[in-house]
Design a protein around this ligand. Structure first.
Ligand code: C2E
Ligand code: CA
Ligand code: CA
Length: 385
């Protein structure tokens, strides 16, 4: 909504905070969207009571430029002298307590030394991740995606990897949520997009034509600048938009913010393909998903891995494939770990598959090697569109 709207929100927040406090209390803005409040002669219990009041005061929507905005806050509490005897120390403790409040979604939390070590190491991890992003410290691995009927490799999915200099390999299931909670998801997604498109363009230069799939986080769908960034990258690498697939989890589209629909539509208008990831875990109906311009659904691996063991999973997968095809969507099965699952998915008329049985995600060099070894199964420039 722009900086003026941001300023208006900050002013309104400041007013609401001040309204509920005593004359002796101090409200100060620390910077960005952070405020500090000093409550003289108040213990931690009193501060908890004040926190509850402030959160209630922030609840009513704010009218800014004709938009009704809702604001949420997380509050960290530190008390003098129990938690520290200097303003630096107290601010640090309050900061740590605030991260605990965010992480546990409890909205406010008082400082506790047992949480401290955990949170302090987490804050270090956040700054390490920021550093890794600034210094090319992340990697992408690529998992081949295979056309089930022709047995050809038709694309790859880019998956982020972080090798931490001290802690070693940190799986994306851990650092992606960290990035989502700290605003780093935007630079991270930009980095992944740029890297994946550079790699895809390099493969094309070698005559290897593949689709490139990149995962988006729910937070990315709140970013109205994302379509512009994607467009600029496509231009930069001269990559055909139709071969870029953006994967959005079912739960992200179900979150249903008006922005998400606009961003997804703008991405689709660029000619980029939209895929619904982890389908089956978000309890949505395909009908509901129809308001998004989607091209593919990826059936979550929990269903796929289960189709041999439980007949119901097979029935669900079968129904999803039938419905998706009727709606003109292609279907990818994830988590294919053995030949039996592959055979069954082929029988159920699934279109494409991914899984350890076919290939694990591979670093770029190993991917090129894998593609060479399976040269007959790769679409080459001469034989594709
Ligand atoms: P996802 O998008 O569902 O990615 C597929 C995950 O399944 C990958 O885990 C992949 O290694 C794993 N996988 C593939 N085949 C098999 C199989 O046969 N069996 C089993 N058990 N697993 C298989 P990975 O790479 O650890 O990624 C986990 C999740 O982290 C991804 O799930 C995705 O949600 C997220 N993620 C990874 N990279 C990115 C990224 O660049 N951006 C965003 N926003 N999220 C990412
Ligand atoms: Ca995915
Ligand atoms: Ca998935």
């Amino acid at each position: 909504l722009g900086h003026p709207a941001g300023d208006a929100v900050l002013q309104e927040v400041a007013l609401r905070l001040r309204n509920d406090l005593r004359g002796v209390d101090t409200v100060a803005r620390l910077g960005g969207d952070e405020f500090a409040i000093v409550l003289p002669n108040t213990d931690a219990t009193g501060a908890v009571r004040v926190s509850g009041k402030l959160l209630v005061a922030l609840e009513p929507g704010m009218q800014v430029d004709g938009n009704n905005l809702s604001i949420d806050a997380s509050i960290g509490i530190a008390a003098f002298p129990e938690h520290g005897d200097s303003s630096d120390l107290l601010l640090r403790c309050a900061d740590i307590a605030m991260y605990v409040a965010k992480r546990t979604r409890s909205r406010y939390a008082a400082y506790s030394s047992t949480e401290d070590r955990h949170t302090a190491s987490r804050l270090t991890l956040v700054s390490d991740l920021r550093h890794a992003l600034d210094n090319d410290g992340l990697e992408l691995h690529y998992q081949p995606k295979i056309d089930i009927h022709s047995d050809r490799i038709v694309g790859v999915e880019a998956l982020a990897r972080w090798r931490h200099p001290v802690h070693g390999f940190i799986p994306p299931d851990q650092f992606i949520p960290l990035a989502e909670q700290t605003g780093l998801i935007r630079p991270l997604t930009h980095w992944v997009l740029a890297r994946a498109l550079a790699q895809a363009a390099e493969l094309e230069r070698q005559g290897i034509i593949l689709t490139m799939a990149v995962n988006l986080s729910v937070r990315n769908l709140q970013d109205p600048d994302l379509p512009g960034f994607v467009q600029a990258q496509l231009l930069k690498w001269q990559y055909p938009p139709a071969r870029l697939i953006l994967e959005i989890t079912e739960s992200a589209v179900m979150a249903d913010s008006p922005n998400a629909t606009a961003v997804v539509t703008a991405l689709h208008d660029l000619g980029v393909a939209i895929s619904i990831d982890d389908f089956g875990t978000g309890y949505s109906s395909l009908g509901h998903l129809r308001k998004f311009p989607i091209d593919e659904i990826k059936i979550d691996r929990s269903f796929v891995m289960d189709i041999l063991a439980h007949a119901e999973s097979g029935i669900i997968v079968n129904a999803v494939i039938g419905l998706a095809h009727n709606l003109g969507l292609t279907v990818t099965g994830e988590g294919v770990e053995n030949q039996e699952i592959l055979d069954l998915l082929a029988k159920l008329d699934c279109d494409t598959v991914q899984g350890y049985h076919l290939s694990r995600p591979l670093p770029a060099e190993a991917l090129v090697e894998h593609l060479r070894r399976h040269a007959k199964q790769v679409a080459h420039a001469s034989v594709t569109r």
